[in-house]
Design a protein around this ligand. Structure first.
Ligand SMILES: NC(=O)c1ccc[n+]([C@@H]2O[C@H](COP(=O)([O-])OP(=O)(O)OC[C@H]3O[C@@H](n4cnc5c(N)ncnc54)[C@H](O)[C@@H]3O)[C@@H](O)[C@H]2O)c1
Length: 299
């Protein structure tokens, strides 16, 4: 007599790795670790020194307490706290099934740290980078197992951003990309899969709309408010391109635009107005003024 199959035998249950390491416990690293923790993983953050580790731990605990008080998890704070570890010892990653790198956007730093992490990982572990612009193939070329590496580009703030861009390097194993799609869905987010190329999909499209809006402002086509309203009301963008540039940071957008101009061509050349504002220190919300004036974080 055949027995009734268990639900887990019928449905293919895609789970997050039991242990996820996150390299760098800054804004993105804590968000990524927190997302995997809530999905059931044990989360280990590696920081560069004791002070940075203490800061990351505080941010991590505060994020998990917020999730408990908002009811975004059924687990209690103690159970969640028991599954986190913030350390300065890279050997803690030996048990990780996946490590996501989220140190600052500097190629030399990222490649040297990825190599250090790769050296302690088990043979079956996967490695990913949260880089927003660097080439996954160039980073992979510095690793001994490039086939186990891809891009996992989370958005800021991680808890409320539903998109994750999975960047497929030339060497990335198809089974890694498939697993990554499953992890992202298990986090309650939506994956898009992009071939490694400058600006991936999100930055390339985001920047091209922003720099066209800045050129229109420069040419006096319309006011900043009206250019933004064209996209918000006309095309249902949640935020206009100029306001979004203020939120992201004009310096950040200038950097990406210069990089895309050097790799994809002059259509990405930054408008003079963007360069002028950055030179004047008008960087957007963080400096109090960009295309709009910001007071107390609001334009
Ligand atoms: N902030 C964003 O909006 C955003 C969005 C998407 C992707 N990203 C990408 O995510 C990455 C991290 O960005 P962030 O905004 O979290 O930066 P951040 O500066 O907030 O955090 C970086 C962290 O890395 C730590 N770190 C530096 N060197 C280290 C080392 N050798 N070992 C371990 N830890 C080290 C720092 O102490 C810091 O806590 C970057 O590649 C960035 O491009 C950022």
């Amino acid at each position: 007599m055949s027995s009734v199959p268990d639900v887990a035998d019928v449905l293919e249950v895609v789970a997050v790795p039991d242990v996820v390491g996150v390299l760098g416990g800054g804004r993105m690293g804590v968000g990524i670790a927190h997302a995997f923790l809530l999905a059931g993983s044990r989360a280990i953050i590696l920081e560069r020194d004791d002070a940075a580790a203490a800061h990351a731990r505080e941010a991590f605990i505060s994020a998990l307490l917020k999730s408990v008080s908002r009811g975004t998890t059924n687990e209690n704070a103690d159970a969640l706290r028991d599954r986190i570890d913030v350390t300065t010892d890279v050997s803690a990653f030996a048990s990780a099934g996946l490590v996501v790198e989220a140190v600052p956007e500097d190629f030399a730093l990222k490649s040297s740290m990825l190599q250090r992490v790769e050296a302690v990982l088990g043979d079956d572990a996967w490695l990913a980078s949260n880089t927003s612009s660097l080439s996954i193939d160039d980073l992979a070329a510095t690793l001994s197992r490039p086939e186990r590496f891809c891009g996992l580009h989370f958005f800021n703030p991680v808890p409320s951003s539903t998109l994750v861009e999975i960047v497929r390097g030339e060497a990335s194993l198809p089974s890694l990309i498939e697993a990554a799609q499953g992890w992202v869905e298990a986090l309650g987010k939506t994956p898009i899969t992009v071939k490694n190329s400058p600006g991936f999909a999100s930055s390339r499209l985001g920047v091209v709309i922003a720099i066209e809006a800045i050129r229109m402002l420069e040419e006096g086509v319309a006011s900043a408010e009206d250019i933004d309203a064209a996209m918000v009301l006309g095309y249902k963008f949640p935020v206009g391109p100029l306001r979004l540039t203020d939120l992201v940071g004009l310096d950040v957008r200038l950097g990406i635009s210069e990089y895309l101009a050097s790799t994809l061509g002059s259509r990405f050349e930054p408008p003079a107005l963007l360069r002028e504002k950055v030179a004047e220190g008008k960087l957007g919300r963080k400096s109090g003024e960009g295309f709009f004036v910001w007071a107390d974080g609001e334009a």
